[in-house]
Design a protein around this ligand. Structure first.
Ligand SMILES: Cc1cc2nc3c(=O)[nH]c(=O)nc-3n(C[C@H](O)[C@H](O)[C@H](O)COP(=O)(O)OP(=O)(O)OC[C@H]3O[C@@H](n4cnc5c(N)ncnc54)[C@H](O)[C@@H]3O)c2cc1C
Length: 302
């Protein structure tokens, strides 16, 4: 990064700026080395200013939401890392629309829908990600994906151009969106919901929460399902049948509770976690000729 750019970031108005910040603090997996510069903008103007400052520079610009689908390498991330979570998380409700900034927790957007007797977000209310990360991944659970409830998405490209895409234009499919494909920055999303019964919405929340807490190792460091669902199979079932429940490499382990989750016991390195991922993939390929594709995104310097 050019010294001039670094100085402009340090002296400018882009939100909180941290140097050499350990990224493990920003991921649910608790893995990841330092970011050269980590920035937490609070306004669209700060974000636009930053993106425009870096336009045409060779400084990499990486976005992180709630860090619940990320595996960050041990050497960390070079350049600028922008974190959009509590610092960028306003939510408003207009009629049957819940409009949330990218950093808002999906859970909080779902709570806002409940408070306004709007139904549609119950099934995704337990996904521990942000609205931005949800859009990028087309996150989904128990039969509802972002594509079923999003009306439109406000984005910015890396040149600082802002554009609103409709649901159709977002081209959502299983764990895919146009925003992810084109490396767009998600600024805000609106969820189009239906009028519902508050009590029923609450009951649904409780039901889905119970399903999650009884089946998933929510008290452990993980990034959720490590692998995508292979066509015609369930990754967790294959891993279990292959005898890999509890299979451990140093501090990286196949969860005893849910074999689709690979967990960091306490202080696993990214390298060990990658070793475990590769070993599981190899065993499943050898045993069942099924390719397990990683759902968790791997980023950072090799
Ligand atoms: C216990 C547990 C349970 C889970 N259950 C589910 C589940 O049921 N269903 C499901 O789909 N997922 C699940 N996940 C995975 C994860 O929560 C989702 O993928 C979620 O959508 C990721 O959001 P995030 O904000 O954490 O994104 P991050 O992990 O921070 O980032 C994911 C990707 O999105 C990009 N990104 C994030 N925010 C932005 C933004 N504003 N603009 C541009 N790019 C951005 C990042 O660069 C990265 O490529 C689970 C994870 C855990 C830990």
């Amino acid at each position: 990064m050019r010294e001039e750019i670094k100085n402009k970031i340090l002296s400018g108005d882009f939100g909180e700026v941290l140097l050499n910040e350990e990224l493990k603090k920003y991921t649910t997996m608790h893995i990841g080395g330092p970011a050269d510069i980590l920035i937490m903008p609070e306004t669209e103007d700060q974000l636009t200013g930053l993106v425009k400052l870096l336009k045409g520079e060779d400084t990499p610009l990486t976005f992180i939401g709630r860090g619940s689908n990320l595996l960050i390498r041990d050497k960390g991330i070079r350049g600028v890392v922008v974190v959009l979570r509590e610092n960028y998380s306003k939510i408003k409700v207009e009629g049957n629309l819940v409009i949330a900034q990218a950093g808002a927790a999906l859970r909080d957007a779902a709570i806002a829908s409940f408070e306004n007797s709007l139904t549609g977000m119950e099934a995704v209310s337990g996904i521990p990600g942000s609205v931005g990360g949800g859009v990028i991944m087309n996150a989904g659970a128990y039969g509802t994906e972002m594509k079923d409830i999003i009306k439109n998405v406000k984005t910015m490209d890396k040149d600082g151009n802002i554009k609103v895409y409709t649901n159709e234009e977002m081209d959502f499919s299983y764990r895919h969106s146009l925003a992810g494909e084109k490396d767009l920055i998600v600024l805000e999303a609106s969820f189009e919901l239906k009028e519902g019964d508050r009590e029923k919405i609450y009951e649904a929340f409780e039901g889905f929460d119970y399903k999650r807490s009884s089946r998933q190792p929510l008290d452990r460091y993980s990034a959720g399902s490590t692998f995508k669902r292979p066509e015609g199979y369930f990754a967790s079932k294959l891993i279990d049948e292959a005898g890999l429940r509890g299979f451990t490499i140093n501090q990286a382990q196949v969860s005893e509770k849910h074999t689709g989750f690979l967990i960091n016991i306490e202080n696993s390195t990214c390298e060990n976690m990658l070793e475990l991922i590769k070993e599981v993939q190899k065993i499943i390929m050898d045993k069942y000729s099924v390719k397990l594709e990683r759902e968790v995104k791997l980023i950072g310097e090799e």
